[in-house]
Ligand binder design. Structure first.
Ligand SMILES: NC(=O)c1ccc[n+]([C@@H]2O[C@H](COP(=O)([O-])OP(=O)(O)OC[C@H]3O[C@@H](n4cnc5c(N)ncnc54)[C@H](OP(=O)(O)O)[C@@H]3O)[C@@H](O)[C@H]2O)c1
Length: 357
């Protein structure tokens, strides 16, 4: 049996639904017998059913005495048809290759132990790093009990994100913007501020050639509930979640609720909402992956609270000058502890992806 080949194919399956299975990880599963694939599946777009359940259903009786390759430990907790582990035991699978142990405490090592107790041969760890990488948001968020958070910024050569008069103008080129759209497409929600909404009135959709491919969930920190009721983020509200963190409880909050927004009332201390609390609440609301699209004041606050996991920068060869809006208010990129993960050129723009330390 060519185990590596099949485990690689299971990862290729997992990649197909990257960015679609939130808050669940995307998992690939292959069932084989006599070196031939009987069935293959990926976690469905809504996160359920799981890949193993779909693959076993497709394989039917042929799963008896077959080998399963799966990128993540099968679940131990019950679903409508019993846990994936129980379904594997019922199917007659004799051997299972699992790339990575699930860190969800409901499953962690419990399934592996149960399969072993039931005399199934279990082999773990092949291509574990690939599973960890594909589902980075899942492993990080489960550990922190907060969403995995990426900050995306288009910057000038002198690290400014906008002109001093807030004149609306693109900084990055079209290739960078398309890349940023792909990043959005792989994210569960956008986190922003009322100020960025008021200044830019963004749509926060995923678009290709101006066609909307996805209406992303939008989360707004809006202490005084200043966002206009005709903001573009409120378009197509029934195709997404709009969650607003505010200190206000008034007729405007009621109106926004009626429109379909989720309004979360927060206390104010030192004129600020506690962002740590915002992140913990989001995790409980099953938001595990965030892309921040806001300005340098908000970025600085996130950095102070150690809430940033990755920074994605698109650097254009222009100078905005001293009056421009800084990337990180009161701070500089140089002072942030980080590791470069990726560097790329998009025509005249430089793309830099960092992991914060
Ligand atoms: N180049 C890029 O990629 C990019 C991306 C996004 C935005 N931008 C630009 O960034 C500019 C805005 O940047 P900015 O730095 O001035 O503003 P910002 O960071 O978007 O927003 C700052 C505001 O957010 C609110 N806020 C931040 N932390 C808070 C907390 N802990 N609790 C409560 N409220 C909090 C406060 O607003 P209140 O006190 O008023 O509620 C604060 O004034 C816009 O012009 C936009 O075009 C650029």
């Amino acid at each position: 049996m060519n185990h590596l080949k099949f485990i690689n194919q299971a990862h290729d399956m997992a990649l197909k639904n990257l960015g679609k299975t939130f808050p669940n990880p995307t998992v690939g599963c292959i069932v084989c017998k006599n070196n031939k694939i009987i069935s293959k599946a990926v976690t469905s777009s809504t996160g359920r059913p799981h890949a193993e359940e779909i693959a076993l259903k497709k394989a039917g009786k042929k799963a008896n005495k077959a080998t399963m390759y799966v990128t993540l430990e099968p679940c131990f907790h019950s679903s409508r048809n019993g846990s994936c582990t129980d379904q594997i035991l019922r199917s007659g699978i004799k051997e299972i290759f699992i790339s990575c142990v699930d860190q969800d405490p409901r499953t962690k090592n419990k399934s592996i132990n149960k399969l072993k107790r039931n005399k199934i041969k279990v082999i773990t760890g092949i291509k574990k790093d690939q599973t960890l990488n594909i589902n980075k948001f899942f492993f990080r968020s489960i550990k922190k009990k907060k969403p995995f958070t990426k900050v995306k910024m288009a910057i000038s050569n002198d690290e400014k994100i906008a002109w001093g008069n807030y004149k609306s103008k693109w900084i990055s080129n079209s290739k960078s913007r398309q890349h940023a759209h792909n990043l959005r497409n792989l994210s569960q929600a956008i986190l922003t501020t009322s100020k960025t909404i008021i200044k830019d009135n963004p749509r926060f959709t995923v678009r290709k050639k101006n066609k909307i491919l996805k209406n992303l969930n939008v989360i707004v920190v809006d202490k005084d509930l200043k966002i206009p009721l005709n903001s573009r983020i409120l378009n197509n509200i029934h195709d997404k979640r709009v969650i607003i963190f505010t200190s206000m409880n008034n007729s405007k909050s009621l109106k926004l609720k009626q429109l379909g927004c989720e309004i979360i009332k927060m206390k104010i201390k030192n004129n600020e909402i506690n962002l740590n609390k915002v992140f913990s609440i989001l995790y409980k609301l099953k938001i595990s992956d965030l892309m921040v699209e806001a300005g340098g004041i908000f970025f600085a606050n996130l950095i102070k609270k150690k809430l940033v996991d990755e920074i994605h920068l698109y650097k254009a060869p222009i100078i905005i000058g001293e009056k421009g809006i800084p990337l990180i208010k009161g701070n500089q990129l140089n002072n942030i502890k980080k590791k470069l993960l990726e560097k790329n050129e998009f025509n005249d723009n430089l793309y830099l992806r960092y992991e914060t330390r």
